[in-house]
Design a protein around this ligand. Structure first.
Ligand SMILES: [Zn+2]
Length: 188
């Protein structure tokens, strides 16, 4: 490949995998056939106008991919690291790993909020529900996660993007309620 800075490459809107902002980039590079200057359709590198980092697009696949969910403030360091790891797994299309990281995350959230260690995975999720961390109309989530948890545990069941994003958004909701929102109350 030979990369050439492309004037008039056209604006591209995407979620930057580096800074998580939705951006419209118009500065980029395009693959050209070495020496001939002939442009190869498809492969492009765009530079994020916010963080200046490069993102590579090949046949509309994006590297690095955008991590789903949002950053959550005021997390304990271990929980923050695990949440970010689960997000990055989804961005890298490693969905089974993302589900396993999210389950580990939920266990840590539960233990951090009073659950006893050494229980089966679903006991931690049930602890979060019974201790009032899952909203009343969110109980269907607990049943759904129980079913999915069993699938992942007892069979070699590869998880899908939907599975990974569901569990991650459930985790994000809990993290916001448990750690971020309480920290926003002004000290009186
Ligand atoms: Zn960026």
């Amino acid at each position: 490949m030979a990369w050439q800075q492309a004037a008039g490459i056209g604006s591209k809107r995407f979620v930057c995998g580096w800074c998580s902002n939705t951006v419209a980039a118009s500065l980029g590079y395009q693959d050209v056939r070495a020496g001939s200057g002939v442009k190869i359709m498809g492969d492009k590198i765009y530079i994020c106008p916010h963080c200046n980092s490069p993102t590579y697009f090949s046949s509309e696949r994006q590297y690095p991919g955008a991590a789903p969910g949002a950053q959550v403030a005021n997390l304990p360091p271990d929980i923050k690291a695990l949440y970010e790891e689960a997000r990055q797994c989804v961005a890298a299309s490693c969905f089974t790993s993302a589900v396993l990281a999210s389950r580990k995350l939920l266990i840590n959230i539960a233990v951090n909020n009073g659950a006893k260690e050494g229980a089966p995975f679903i006991a931690y999720v049930e602890h979060l529900a019974s201790a009032g961390f899952v909203p009343p109309n969110g109980k269907g989530w607990v049943d759904h996660i129980r079913k999915k948890g069993n699938e992942a545990n007892h069979e070699i069941a590869l998880m899908t993007r939907v599975d990974a994003e569901e569990l991650l958004s459930f985790s994000e909701m809990l993290l916001k309620f448990i750690y971020e929102f309480p920290s926003r109350i002004p000290a009186s």
